[in-house]
Design a protein around this ligand. Structure first.
Ligand code: NAP
Ligand code: GDD
Length: 337
């Protein structure tokens, strides 16, 4: 019989790649989605078949991380083998505007997942993956950051993730739950949300190249990030749940670059001059900034056999090509009107 996975955050960047990966591995995949006034399933539409077809293996259910009761009902009814908690209010800048909601969705939401898994555990063992974040290191206490580096969170999002991290360890140690933290450094893709800096840059560059936009407003260009490819990173999530014992792992490339160099790389690929099109807007600065992230994924390499396989240059190519094509389609639509 095939394994059953339950994913929160299936409509997001990582959820879509993980669902794709698990379906390829033969899993039956159940995703929780939120009700919205417009469709939010664009990233998984290509995976979705009529659920009444006998070959359908992806199923969607309404729910919300802040609604512990419905989440528990779902998990108890579905009895998944593996639970991936990828849902979160995941935008750091937005978390300063909505700290209480971020705590509910990103922090308490993770607790709701763990509690539901604990209840299910009386009947059936379900392994839990918690989407922890390099943002927890904040004002970093050592470089590179490893599983042993202490956290010094710099904002509401990071504080909520630190809470979720510790609860994951707590449920493992208190109740023997197979619960793991993947401490993932920034990972990007053509499916990255358009308000995160890499996608904001590639999307704008494609539109500028085709004359659809003439300005890109950004914040702090000096921050450094360890950027990998999301598709590589979801494989690591799965590997953590296949390991014989639950543990926490850093997933990173081991390379760091400034936002400015990412911008220059993208614009150079399209023969554009950033000086001509980019302006700084203080609205995009954060009350507290995380200046430097650089991860060491040595433990994941040694224990799980995982390592990043996509270079920053290759990632930029993927994103630029995708967003240039998107801009071309925008031009065609505009012309046909
Ligand atoms: P994303 O694209 O922003 O996706 C977030 C997902 O969470 C979406 O499916 C969203 O649903 C869902 N969600 C938000 N609030 C929810 C709620 N209250 N109840 C249920 N679902 C909710 O994020 P991502 O980049 O895929 O990241 C996946 C996870 O990894 C997140 O937990 C993020 O914090 C964490 N993480 C990400 C990175 C990274 O670099 N990408 C690094 C480390 C950790 P809607 O579509 O309805 O909004
Ligand atoms: N979003 C954004 N928009 N960021 C900007 C901008 C801008 O216009 N201009 C400069 N930046 C800088 C930010 O200040 C930050 O230092 C860096 O670009 C990266 O910002 P984001 O792409 O928004 O990502 P993040 O590092 O804050 O958070 C992402 O990575 C975390 C892992 O470290 C998110 O995916 C989090 O959910 C994730 O946990």
């Amino acid at each position: 019989m095939s394994k059953r996975a339950f994913l929160t955050g299936i409509t997001g960047q990582d959820g879509s790649y993980l669902a794709e990966f698990l379906l390829e591995q033969g899993y039956e995949v159940h995703g929780m989605i939120r009700r919205a006034s417009t469709f939010t399933t664009g990233r998984i539409e290509h995976l979705y078949r009529d659920p009444h077809n006998s070959d359908a293996r992806l199923f969607l259910h309404y729910g919300d991380l802040t609604d512990g009761q419905s989440l528990t009902n779902l998990i108890l009814a579905l009895e998944p083998d593996e639970i991936y908690n990828l849902g979160a209010q995941s935008h750091v800048r937005v978390s300063f505007d909505q700290p209480a909601y971020t705590l509910q969705a990103t922090g308490a939401g993770a607790l709701n997942v763990l509690e539901a898994a604990r209840q299910l555990n009386k009947k059936k063992t379900a392994k839990v993956y918690q989407a922890s974040s390099s943002e927890m290191y904040g004002d970093v206490l050592e470089t590179p950051q490893t599983e042993k580096t202490p956290f010094r969170p710099q904002g509401p999002y990071a504080c909520a993730k630190v809470y979720a991290y510790h609860q994951t360890v707590n449920y493992r140690e208190s109740y023997g739950l197979f619960a793991v933290n993947g401490i993932l450094f920034n990972h990007e893709s053509p499916r990255r949300g358009e308000t995160f800096v890499t996608r904001k840059i590639t999307r704008a560059a494609g539109r500028i190249k085709l004359g659809l936009q003439d300005r890109l407003y950004l914040g702090n260009l000096d921050a450094k990030r360890d950027w990998g490819f999301a598709k590589d990173y979801v494989r690591a999530m799965w590997l953590m749940l296949q390991h014989h014992e639950p543990d926490d792992f850093v997933i990173a490339t081991g390379q760091t670059h400034t936002v400015r160099s990412f911008l220059e790389l993208v614009f150079a690929k399209l023969q554009l001059d950033p000086e001509q099109f980019v302006a700084i807007d203080p609205r995009y600065f954060r009350p507290a900034e995380v200046n430097l992230l650089l991860g060491s994924a040595e433990k994941a390499r040694d224990v799980l056999g995982w390592k990043a396989t996509t270079t920053l240059n290759e990632l930029v190519d993927l994103m630029v090509d995708h967003d240039l094509e998107l801009a071309r389609q925008e031009c065609l639509i505009a012309k046909s009107r």
